[in-house]
Write a protein that binds this ligand. Structure first.
Ligand code: UGB
Length: 591
């Protein structure tokens, strides 16, 4: 044994490495000569940061040497993908774990109140004007989808963006999103007098979703988008923590690996910055960045108007919100005013709102008011940021977002965890570092128009308290039919009321199954212009519009209608005669 240590010491001195830093980790010291100089520097940093336990089970040189080098490859990656490196991660973790142990309220000193924002009513003049302003502005926008989440609550093994948003056409979320962006691009270009550019689309993936997202895009020819228009940015996981000293957790299956977990959707800001994409967009003259989540089939119905609000009000940050039911698992948009006079409008996450309210003079906590909703608008995590101020802020922060830690303690002593934890961050916390001069606003839309995420598995959805949304695949699909029916009604068609049905233990309203491609109508004005005369649709009907220039005139539908026309065809559907012009069109099915 002594001779191995001696020979390792000799080799180290030959390599010019002073191994004294590893005296308290003999198994590391014995293996130091296997490492490159960069790896030795990383080993020094780990030792300085109190991580000697990572080497306790290392074998003697000659055994598992490649695994040891792979360990340092992992450390190098963890170090380079975190703003400020692993050292900074461990330091922050210690601070946040100490605060958590002490039960420190992250909103200490702040009093919550209900903020005022822009409340829109679908289809009125203000809404139509904002939609027009939004469409005009869309040519200056870039879209960012955060799609690195595993969707554990949904209990689905695949990627969520590949799930069908509705089963009438089977269109998956990603296809819907891309077709919406392309439709916006086209409408915006039509309005623009100058040169038009393609709207860039970035998708944040993770190890859990990256290759499957890429495959989905490639096997479907990017759903009509140019491959160069789409950029995938992969977020890295962060190291797990075993205790309040922020000792990094070993992977239970491999003594040469650190256990890692996702860091949260807040990573998107650092990735956009470090990848150079933001600069590229800025240099190309873009003005807005729109962030959205993986499974909201309604979202783009609300995008044009909310972008219009941003442009008109010149908001640096605009969060899209909907009326929120108390205790619903969506954050509450809240004004926080500090005792020292500071004030900010920010999302308070759903698990923090109730304790914050109780601690600040609202003894009932998160409850509905006389409207039947929480007075705090619900954050649906659709953010619109003005690119210029966003870039300026990220130059200062590198995109680092205020993190939090949520350890599950074994007992009240709060000295050990049930399982390892990690630091997390959320994209909607971006405004937390902004100066008070920043223009931070929000836009409230009707829930039926803007928000129907698919997050919960059927069993859990069936247990949701009556009156609260299920946020399941069933409710997500039904919400699309409901929204389309209400939009057609507003456009002048007579659409039958829904019937109540129970699927997977969830009672839902079933409206006629009406769907259309975004290029047929993304804004209310476009749709209104394509519906005329006396149109009626019965509850048991299904309609799919796949063409662009399809006009519904005196439509009386009681069955199934699929209109599938090429883009240049002008199709006018008049009951009982079909009249169409242009180059070609196909009425696939009329029952
Ligand atoms: N996501 C990532 O890209 N990377 C990650 O590491 C984690 C997630 P969830 P949750 O819909 O209204 C959010 O898990 O907990 C992506 C807001 O915080 O669905 O329901 C993931 O793929 C909350 O304030 O989030 O909460 C998905 O696209 C509220 O707004 C997105 O991030 C709520 O969503 C969200 O992940 C909402």
């Amino acid at each position: 044994m002594a001779s191995t240590v001696d020979s390792a010491a000799e080799q180290l001195s030959k390599l010019g490495i002073d191994g004294a830093f590893a005296d308290s980790a003999p198994n590391l010291k014995k293996n130091l000569h296997l490492l490159s100089s960069e790896q030795v520097e990383l080993a020094k940093m780990l030792m300085e940061m109190g991580q000697s336990h990572l080497f306790e089970k290392w074998a003697a040189p000659g055994v598992d040497d490649n695994e040891k080098r792979a360990f340092f490859d992992q450390v190098a990656k963890l170090n380079s993908s975190y703003p400020g490196g692993l050292k900074s991660y461990i330091k922050t973790a210690r601070e946040l774990l100490a605060d958590s142990k002490a039960g420190k309220n992250p909103f200490d000193g702040f009093t919550p109140s209900v903020p005022t924002g822009e409340v829109l009513k679908f289809g009125d003049d203000t809404f139509i004007n904002y939609e027009q302003a939004g469409v005009k502005e869309a040519k200056n926008a870039a879209f960012v989808l955060v799609a690195g989440g595993l969707g554990e609550r949904l209990g689905y093994n695949g990627i969520k963006v590949a799930l069908p948003a509705e089963t009438t056409t089977g269109t998956c979320f990603l296809q819907n999103y891309i077709e919406c962006i392309l439709a916006l691009q086209e409408s915006s270009c039509r309005l623009a007098e100058g040169k038009c550019q393609e709207i860039p689309f970035a998708i944040m993936t993770s190890d859990d979703t990256h290759s499957r997202t890429q495959e989905l895009l490639e096997s479907n020819s990017y759903f009509g988008m140019k491959p160069t228009q789409v950029k995938l940015l992969k977020q890295e996981k962060v190291a797990c923590l075993d205790d309040n000293d922020a000792r990094l957790a070993m992977d239970p299956k491999n003594k040469y690996r650190i256990q890692t977990k996702p860091h949260g959707h807040g990573d998107v800001h650092a990735l956009l910055y470090s990848s150079g994409l933001l600069k590229e967009w800025h240099d190309a003259g873009l003005k807005w960045v729109l962030f959205f989540q993986d499974t909201n089939g309604l979202l783009f119905k609300a995008i044009p108007a909310s972008l219009g609000v941003s442009a008109t009000k010149q908001y640096h940050v605009n969060s899209l919100a909907v009326p929120r039911k108390a205790k619903e698992a969506i954050g509450g948009i809240t004004r926080l005013t500090h005792a020292d006079g500071r004030s900010m409008v920010i999302n308070v996450e759903y698990n923090q709102l109730d304790p914050l309210l109780r601690a600040t003079g609202f003894p009932d906590g998160d409850v509905n008011c006389e409207t039947g909703y929480s007075p705090f608008p619900g954050n649906i995590n659709q953010l619109i940021l003005e690119l210029g101020p966003y870039m300026e802020e990220l130059k200062k922060t590198g995109g680092a977002i205020k993190e939090f830690v949520n350890p599950k303690y074994k007992d009240a002593s709060k000295t050990s965890f049930k399982s390892s934890t990690r630091l997390e961050c959320m994209m909607q916390d971006y405004p937390k570092t902004l100066p008070p001069s920043a223009k931070v606003g929000f836009t409230v839309m009707d829930t039926w128009l803007a928000y129907a995420p698919v997050k919960n598995n059927p069993e859990d959805a069936a247990k949701v308290p009556k009156g609260n949304p299920y946020h399941s695949a069933t409710s997500g699909e039904m919400a699309i039919y409901c929204a389309n029916s209400l939009i057609l009604r507003k456009a002048g068609a007579q659409v039958d009321d829904p019937v109540q049905e129970v699927f997977n233990g969830q009672e839902v309203e079933v409206w006629p199954r009406l769907t259309w491609k975004p290029k047929w109508g993304l804004t209310f004005s476009e749709i209104k212009n394509k519906v005329s005369g006396s149109c009626s649709v019965s509850q048991k009907s299904t309609m799919v519009i796949k063409g662009r220039n399809v006009v519904l005139e005196d439509l009386s539908l009681n069955g199934a209608l699929i209109i599938d026309s090429v883009d240049d065809a002008e199709v006018c559907y008049i009951m009982p005669i079909l009249r169409y012009g242009g180059q070609s069109c196909k009425i696939s099915e009329i029952v």
